[in-house]
Design a protein around this ligand. Structure first.
Ligand SMILES: [Zn+2]
Ligand SMILES: [Zn+2]
Length: 363
């Protein structure tokens, strides 16, 4: 029997989102239905509503979620009914050229559910193949990763997107380790997660850079050892400030969590020789960077991009939840407020104003 449940839908470009009654089918082969307990509000949800990702309206929003598996389809073996799971948008295929080379964290053919959820007979496009601002959602079984059920759902769900992107930018893509120096541009949810990831990986210097003192305060709370308010500063001034905090050398790993040419340029020049730049902020299609090629060569090291923190959900999600439950990973600090399913539109406005790290919908 298909289920009728409430879900947050964006019907047309730019229009406010609304809670609608949607239809969720029973799971087919390889699919599961999850009773969502909590789902964080992410910038990507807003980008869907604005038509900035594609125009396949109506969208069922929400993708940063945790909940309990309520039904499993035929052939599902990785989870059972009743399992507490975090949803992910990297259900690896095992068969693409990246998986076959032993690099499933970059899987190029990730799975989603085959069936669609619907609104009055119209197929919904689920945000990032998840659609979790809803009482139930249908996903591919590989999109559900079982974790320790003693974690709070509002905290566990954050691992499913933005916090994983930031932690992974530091721990996976940047390879931060003991004794490294790190600088992070942009201290919202992703940047603060990069700071947290750097801290638990053993970085000895963590420099937070932002234009907003409130965000720099958050960064300090997560473990930034130094902060730079770069408002009104030139690239050279920011680079000099980073160098002054690192013995005149620059940082080993420069993490750009803004997605802007200015921040990227600062990150490029503020790293030490043979250092690494990690881009995890999402640029828009018009943005360009202009760097002297001799500097790209002469400084050595590497310029990397981080997709979803280069995470492998089956490897990383249970490990990060365990670190949190041991008190070693501060995930609770990311939850600025818990809200109802009716409050997503208001949460978008708070996010745009930079007032919150994460609003989490409790369902
Ligand atoms: Zn693959
Ligand atoms: Zn997201």
């Amino acid at each position: 029997m298909p289920h009728e449940v409430r879900g947050v839908v964006a019907r047309s470009k730019g229009a406010p989102v609304a809670v609608e009654t949607i239809q969720v089918p029973d799971p087919g082969p390889g699919e599961v239905v999850v009773d969502v307990q909590a789902c964080g509000v992410c910038h990507t949800d807003l980008h869907y509503r604005e038509g900035a990702i594609n125009d396949e309206f109506p969208f069922l929003l929400g993708h940063e979620a945790a909940g309990t598996v309520s039904q499993v389809g035929a052939g599902v073996s990785n989870v059972n009914e009743g399992d507490f799971v975090i949803l992910n948008w990297r259900a690896v295929c095992g068969q693409c050229r990246s998986c076959l080379r032993g690099r499933p964290q970059y899987c190029f053919e990730t799975h989603n559910a085959h069936q669609k959820m619907t609104l009055d007979g119209v197929e919904l496009t689920a945000a990032l193949g998840i659609g979790a601002f809803a009482e139930k959602t249908l996903v591919a079984a590989g999109q559900a990763t079982k974790v320790d059920d003693s974690a709070e759902p509002e905290i566990a769900g954050l691992i499913g997107c933005g916090v994983m992107a930031g932690l992974g930018a530091a721990m996976n893509t940047g390879g931060v380790t003991r004794g490294d120096s790190v600088a992070v541009w942009g201290c919202g949810g992703v940047g603060d997660a990069a700071i947290e990831g750097s801290r638990i990986a053993g970085a000895h210097t963590i420099i937070a850079i932002d234009l907003d003192d409130r965000k720099l305060k958050w960064a300090k709370d997560f473990g930034a050892t130094h902060v730079i308010n770069s408002a009104g500063m030139s690239t050279d001034q920011v680079v000099e400030a980073v160098q002054a905090l690192t013995g005149g050398n620059g940082v080993d790993i420069a993490i750009e969590a803004v997605g802007s040419p200015a921040a990227y340029e600062q990150a490029f020049y503020a790293r030490d020789l043979a250092g690494t730049v990690v881009l995890v902020g999402v640029p828009n299609p018009e943005m360009r960077i202009d760097l002297p090629m001799i500097e790209v060569f002469g400084r050595g090291g590497s310029l990397k991009s981080s997709w979803y923190g280069d995470c492998l959900p089956t490897r990383d999600f249970p490990m990060l939840i365990d670190l949190h439950l041991q008190g070693r990973l501060q995930l609770d600090r990311f939850v600025s407020e818990k809200i109802g399913i009716e409050d997503v539109e208001a949460a978008f406005h708070k996010m745009e104003q930079g007032e919150v790290l994460r609003s989490v919908v409790m369902i």
